[in-house]
Every structure is written in structure tokens, then in C-alpha cells.
Write a protein that binds this ligand. Structure first.
Ligand SMILES: O=P(O)(O)OC[C@H]1O[C@H](O[C@H]2O[C@H](CO)[C@@H](O)[C@H](O)[C@H]2O)[C@H](O)[C@@H](O)[C@@H]1O
Length: 286
């Protein structure tokens, strides 16, 4: 196979995390976000697919660590499909936690566990098209090209990437969508040119910490690119304080800088993340 050298962690905590992972890989958790981390960002959310090197790298790495888990804002089944994660040799024990941890898919059984539809989300789904239409002042400008992504009965997302001015569109929608979400008992989850309306009570930090504790892990590596990944970064900080070393990896982009500021290392988007996963596999095979 390849012989990539492991990208260096720039912080003492990150170096300690790497050391712990390499010392006892069979008790390490490798946790990764999907969009922007394993899958390059594309204009149409339905066209997102895992980087071509992602599944091969994960399939080499997974048998050598305690567990690999994908934690995503996508419905778990969508991430499995777009990722190409099902039925892959080496990924027999992959876990995909969807909807920020509310859903769980296990490769070992193919079983998907999902909570019931949320009544607030169903109400917002029905109201949203008219709600956007009624934002009168913006009509005929970008609202008409804002894209609604229906994410089952657990979330709905409004994307602005394909509007003329994605950032201005996002900012203008933030207030009205927050009001709509609050009225239906939901929260707004901001992301890269997207505002998602979803139920409160679960985030990637809770999902990651639960997974790490259930696995009785001795080290954790988390890779993410977006604001929704900050909760997982917080969880790694808390785990470190409890004595579980961790590595925080940012899949870098010009759209979100908050993760790079806190990461132990920054890689160059999904291609860089694939190189990191390959180099970890190399190190553990060697
Ligand atoms: O937690 P993640 O796996 O990172 O999912 C977060 C959101 O990702 C998707 O949107 C992002 O990727 C799209 C495809 O590349 C892109 O067009 C969009 O601008 C990004 O925000 C997804 O569509 C959302 O449902 C996820 O919540």
C-alpha cells in the first residue's frame, strides 16, 4: 500500500492524542463528519458523494482501530448511500450516526434505528414554501433560488449556496427562520450556506461522547469542517479533561474558520482527510 507520513499535530494535546491512538489502536475511536470532511462540498446537496479515496482508506483503517463512526447532520440512510458505506469489506463494523446522533445505522446488521417524526418539523415542512414566498422584499431576488432540503420527518434545511449572494441570503434568512423554528419548538442549526431547522436535545458532542464511553475508548480522533462539528470538538476537550486523549482535525475551508482555530491539525479538505486516514492506516499496518 502507500507510505504516507502522518501529518503532524501542532499542539501538545494533539501529539498526546496521536500517541495514545498509535499505542493502543484497538481501543481507539476514529469519528468523522460526512459533508466537507469525507465528501467534497458541491452546489447540489443531493449530488454529494464521498471522496473516491475515502471508503478505501476507511476500509484499511477500520479493522485496525476499535471503531470508526461517521457522525453527520444527514439522515443516516442518506449518508450511507452517498458515502457508499454498505457492504464494504473492512467496514463490517462501521457505525453511522445521522441527524446529529438521533439516528443510528450499523453496518454489522444493516439496521437503522430512527426516532419518530417530529411534529414541529412536519409543520415547518408544510409552512416553509409559503413562508419563503411571503418574505416579500426578497422575492424575485435570491429567495426564489434558495433550496429546501427535506430530511425526512426530523429536519428541514434551507440552502443558499446556489443563490446570487449566498452569505447575504443566509444572513437575511437567519432571523425569519429562527422565528419560524421557535414557533414550532425547533432550533436553527447553522452550517456552510445552510440553515437547518431541527428538534433540540441532540448534538454531535453528545453523540460522540456516548460512543466513546460505550466503546471504553482509550483515545479518540475527530475530524470535521462545519459549525455543527464544534459540539464534537467540545466533547473531545471534555474527554481529554477526563483522561481520554484526543486529536482534533479540521477539514479546512475558507467558509468556516472556527474549527481551524481550535484544531490540533488542519488538513486540506476531504482530499487532505483521505491522506490523513491513509497515513494512519500505513502507520498501523507498518
Ligand atoms: O454533518 P455533515 O455531514 O457535515 O452535514 C451537514 C450538512 O451537509 C450538507 O450540506 C452541506 O453540503 C452540501 C453538499 O456538498 C452543500 O451544498 C451545502 O452547502 C453544505 O451546507 C447537507 O445538505 C445538510 O443536510 C447537512 O446538514
Amino acid at each position: 500500500m502507500g507510505s504516507h507520513s502522518l501529518p503532524t499535530a501542532t499542539t501538545p494535546a494533539g501529539k498526546a492524542g496521536y500517541e495514545a491512538l498509535l499505542a493502543e489502536p484497538e481501543r481507539a475511536v476514529v469519528a468523522l463528519d460526512f459533508d466537507g470532511t469525507l465528501a467534497p462540498i458541491v452546489a447540489d446537496p443531493e449530488q454529494a458523494r464521498a471522496h473516491p479515496g475515502a471508503v478505501p482508506a476507511l476500509a484499511r483503517l477500520a479493522p485496525r482501530v476499535g471503531s470508526v463512526v461517521v457522525i453527520t447532520g444527514r439522515p443516516a440512510g442518506v449518508a450511507v448511500r452517498y458515502g457508499g458505506f454498505a457492504g464494504v469489506k473492512g467496514l463490517e463494523h462501521l457505525t453511522v450516526l445521522g441527524h446529529y446522533g438521533a439516528e443510528r445505522w450499523e453496518a454489522a446488521t444493516g439496521e437503522l434505528r430512527a426516532p419518530a417524526d417530529d411534529p414541529g418539523v412536519l409543520a415547518v415542512r408544510a409552512e416553509l414554501p409559503g413562508f419563503l414566498d411571503n418574505l416579500g422584499a426578497w422575492r424575485h431576488t435570491w429567495v426564489e433560488t434558495a433550496h429546501i432540503e427535506h430530511k425526512g420527518g426530523r429536519a428541514v434545511a434551507v440552502h443558499t449556496r446556489r443563490t446570487d449572494d449566498p452569505e447575504a441570503a443566509l444572513e437575511s434568512l437567519r432571523g425569519p427562520l429562527t422565528e419560524l423554528a421557535t414557533r414550532h419548538g425547533l432550533i436553527v442549526e447553522p452550517g456552510r450556506m445552510v440553515l437547518e431547522l431541527r428538534p433540540p436535545g441532540m448534538d454531535k458532542g453528545v453523540a460522540l461522547a456516548d460512543h466513546v464511553r460505550a466503546a471504553d475508548a482509550s483515545a479518540v480522533l475527530y475530524g470535521g469542517d462545519d459549525l455543527g462539528d464544534l459540539a464534537a470538538f467540545d466533547a473531545v476537550d471534555r474527554l481529554r479533561a477526563e483522561g481520554v486523549p484526543g486529536v482534533l482535525v479540521c477539514s479546512g475551508s475558507s467558509e468556516v474558520t472556527a474549527l481551524a482555530e481550535r484544531a490540533d491539525l488542519v488538513v486540506d479538505g476531504p482530499a487532505g482527510m483521505v491522506r490523513l486516514l491513509e497515513s494512519l492506516a500505513d502507520a498501523l499496518e507498518g
